[in-house]
Design a binder for this molecule. Structure first.
Ligand SMILES: [Zn+2]
Length: 344
């Protein structure tokens, strides 16, 4: 098994006391060094994405806007949540380009699977708008790389970050060649405020966006059921040539920004399911792309568990245990989602 590791820590893209800082990738690297996993991974150096690669999913105006703000030394965008530093443009190119390089290796069979530990994250970046700490949509750029450079007919993106992947949804909303699945917390005043079950795509893309909007405190059992009863069957119908995972670790119960209630054991379960879907449907071709996750100990153990699973190890650590609250039953919600999305 050849498992890729792309590491683009974006040390120059950081802001004091901002949750999405370079402390995240630095902590990940330290944890990987301690884990003993590094010698077993094929480390792929990130290369910058070209503007042409970005233009497959973003408008030229958006790309130029981020470039210009960076050239002027940086600034705050998107009502102050999303920052740009003097080096952010170059570093965001490395993040997206690192994902494309990994897709190249996986689609040509040079590698089996991989994890892109990259920043800044991407899934909130829309066609023409930066948003939610995200500048360019790394997972979307990677999906288009598989299609344009390698002839993939169908790519599925599964986003289990606790926030809805509004950027990825926006980019592929009218597209039937990319199935976008987002499972996320959906509650009043919770960012980004969209991702309801009625959002299913438009035109040719109708039916190719699958939103699983969860109430707080769903926990491991509800997530497992959503994958078994809804997401897995929809992926099997779609038959992707490549599976990309927008991997956010902020659905953990101890994350400071959210309350979805997943444990690290629960994360490991859904990771194994996703790897299993890829093995059944697309010869194991799966790329995990880092999105959110702001409790650093959760993030590092969560990522380490994914890497073990990609390597085929039966290892999953969970030093935090289960959510202290009782898990919220989602039987009724799942029944409605199944009639909505799996009517055939
Ligand atoms: Zn998130």
């Amino acid at each position: 098994m050849t498992t890729l590791l792309v590491y683009a820590p974006a040390l120059g893209h950081t802001k004091f006391q901002h949750p999405e800082s370079s402390q995240r990738t630095v902590a990940l690297w330290r944890a990987l060094e301690r884990s003993g996993l590094l010698p077993r991974l094929h480390q792929l150096p990130p290369v910058p994405a070209t503007v042409d690669q970005l233009r497959r999913v973003h408008t030229p105006e958006l790309i130029e806007y981020v470039h210009q703000v960076s050239l002027r030394g940086g600034g705050l965008l998107d009502h102050g949540d999303t920052y740009v530093t003097a080096s952010s443009f170059e570093l965001a190119l490395l993040a997206a380009g690192g994902c494309c390089a990994a897709v190249d290796e996986i689609m040509t069979g040079a590698a089996d699977n991989g994890f892109a530990l990259i920043r800044p994250p991407g899934h909130h970046a829309e066609t023409d708008r930066v948003s939610g700490f995200c500048l360019f949509n790394n997972a979307a750029v990677a999906a288009r790389q598989a299609q344009v450079a390698h002839g993939a007919q169908r790519v599925a993106i599964v986003d289990y970050d606790v926030h809805h992947g509004n950027g990825t949804q926006d980019i592929f909303y009218e597209d039937d060649s990319v199935l976008f699945v987002s499972i996320h917390l959906y509650a009043p005043y919770f960012y980004p405020g969209i991702g309801g079950m009625h959002e299913i795509g438009v035109g040719r893309g109708r039916g190719y966006t699958l939103n699983v909007p969860l109430p707080p405190y769903v926990g491991d059992r509800g997530y497992r059921r959503a994958f078994d009863e809804l997401i897995g069957p929809r992926l099997a119908e779609f038959r992707p040539d490549l599976l990309i995972v927008s991997a956010g670790f902020d659905a953990h119960w101890d994350d400071p920004l959210a309350s979805a209630g997943l444990s690290l054991r629960g994360y490991a379960d859904i990771t194994r399911k996703l790897i299993g879907y890829a093995q059944e449907l697309c010869a194991g071709r799966i790329l995990f792309v880092l999105e959110g996750g702001y409790q650093l100990d959760v993030l590092t153990v969560g990522v380490t568990n994914v890497l073990h699973a990609l390597l085929g190890d039966d290892v999953a650590q969970d030093p935090f245990g289960r959510m202290p609250q009782e898990e919220h039953d989602i039987s009724d919600l799942l029944a409605r989602l199944k009639t909505h999305y799996l009517s055939k």
